[in-house]
Ligand binder design. Structure first.
Ligand SMILES: O=c1ccn([C@@H]2O[C@H](COP(=O)(O)O)[C@@H](O)[C@H]2O)c(=O)[nH]1
Length: 287
C-alpha cells in the first residue's frame, strides 16, 4: 500500500504559492475587519483586540482548505491603535502556527529610502513573520533592494491599482516606447527586479485589458489581483486575462465580499460559502 506523503513545507513565498495553485486554490481571503461592521455576536463580551482576533480566526478556520493566501491590510488594524496591531500580530501568528503552508501577505504598500525600509522589513518579516508584503514602486529598484534581497519573502509591487482614479499617473505614457507607466513598472519588475524569483505584481481586476497587457509582458510572474466582489471586477474576464502559461499565477483577492458575507453569528460559514463560490467560479474559467 502506498502511504500518503506528508506535505513538505515550502521554504519560500513562491514555493508556497506553487503548492496552493497545484491544489486549484486561487482565492486570497482579505482580512480587512472594520470594528463597526463586526457582527454583534463577535463584539459582545470581547475587547476590540479579542473581537478582531476571534473574527479573523473563525474565518481562517472556515476557509483554510480553499485559500490560496490570506491578506490582512494593515490599515484596518492600525485604525485601532495598539490593540489593532496586537490583533494583527496574533492573527498572523495563528495562521503560521495552524496553517504554515498558506502564505500570509501583509498589504501595507511600503517603500521608502534605505534605512527606513529596514524598519519596515524588520517589522513585517522578522517580528510579524508574514510571507510577503506589498510595496509601491515609486522610489525605484535601488531603494527597494533590501526588500528584494529577502529571497524567501514575496515582494508584491503595485503596477495597475484597482481604484477608479489609478490612470491619473499609472496610465501616463512614458519612456522611449511611450508605454503606460504601469506597463513599464511591470516590465522592469519582471526583467530587472526579480533576480531572486520573489517578485509579484498588483493589478486590479477592475481593469481586465490592462491585466492582459501586464500578463503579456511578465510571463509567469505571480499577480495579486484585488477588485473582485465589493469593487465589481468580473471573474471570467479576470481569469482569462490573468492566468499564466499553466493556467495558474493568480492570487485573486476578495475582502468585503467574503468577510461580510453575513452580518450574523453565521459569518464564518457564510465566508466559507462565498470563498467556495469564488473558488468554483475561478476554476470554471481556467481551462
Ligand atoms: O489596487 C489595489 C491594491 C490593493 N487593494 C486592497 O485589496 C483589498 C480589497 O478589498 P475589497 O473589500 O475586496 O474591495 C483592500 O485591502 C484594498 O486596500 C485594492 O483594493 N486595490
Amino acid at each position: 500500500m502506498i502511504k500518503a506523503q506528508p506535505l513538505q513545507l515550502a521554504t519560500s513565498f513562491r514555493a508556497q504559492l506553487e503548492q496552493r495553485w497545484q491544489r486549484g486554490n486561487f482565492v486570497c481571503v482579505g482580512l480587512d475587519p472594520e470594528y463597526e461592521r463586526l457582527p454583534v455576536s463577535v463584539k459582545e463580551g470581547r475587547t476590540p483586540e479579542e473581537a478582531l482576533y476571534f473574527f479573523a480566526r473563525e474565518i481562517i478556520d472556515a476557509t483554510h482548505d480553499l485559500a490560496c493566501a490570506y491578506k490582512p491590510n494593515s490599515a484596518f488594524y492600525e485604525a485601532l491603535g495598539v490593540a489593532g496591531m496586537r490583533a494583527l500580530e496574533r492573527i498572523v501568528a495563528y495562521c503560521k502556527e495552524h496553517y504554515p503552508e498558506i502564505p500570509v501577505i501583509l498589504d501595507a504598500k511600503r517603500a521608502d529610502i534605505g534605512n527606513t525600509n529596514h524598519g519596515y522589513i524588520t517589522a513585517a518579516f522578522d517580528l510579524m513573520h508574514v510571507d510577503a508584503i506589498t510595496v509601491h514602486p515609486y522610489l525605484g529598484k535601488e531603494a527597494l533592494t533590501p526588500f528584494l534581497n529577502r529571497k524567501d519573502k514575496g515582494v508584491i509591487v503595485l503596477a495597475k491599482t484597482s481604484n477608479p482614479g489609478s490612470g491619473e499617473l499609472q496610465n501616463l505614457l512614458v519612456g522611449e516606447a511611450q508605454e503606460p507607466l504601469y506597463l513599464l513598472v511591470a516590465r522592469n519588475v519582471a526583467q530587472h527586479w526579480n533576480e531572486h524569483g520573489n517578485c509579484a505584481l498588483v493589478v486590479g481586476a477592475t481593469y481586465p485589458e490592462e491585466l492582459r497587457r501586464v500578463r503579456e509582458v511578465v510571463g509567469d510572474v505571480p499577480l495579486l489581483i484585488p477588485g473582485i466582489g465589493a469593487q465589481g471586477g468580473d471573474v471570467a474576464a479576470t481569469v482569462q486575462a490573468g492566468k499564466d502559461s499553466r493556467g495558474w499565477g493568480m492570487i485573486i483577492n476578495s475582502s468585503r465580499g467574503i468577510i461580510y458575507a453575513s452580518s450574523g453569528a453565521d459569518f464564518a460559514q457564510a465566508a466559507r460559502k462565498a470563498t467556495e463560490a469564488l473558488h468554483l467560479e475561478i476554476n470554471s474559467h481556467r481551462a
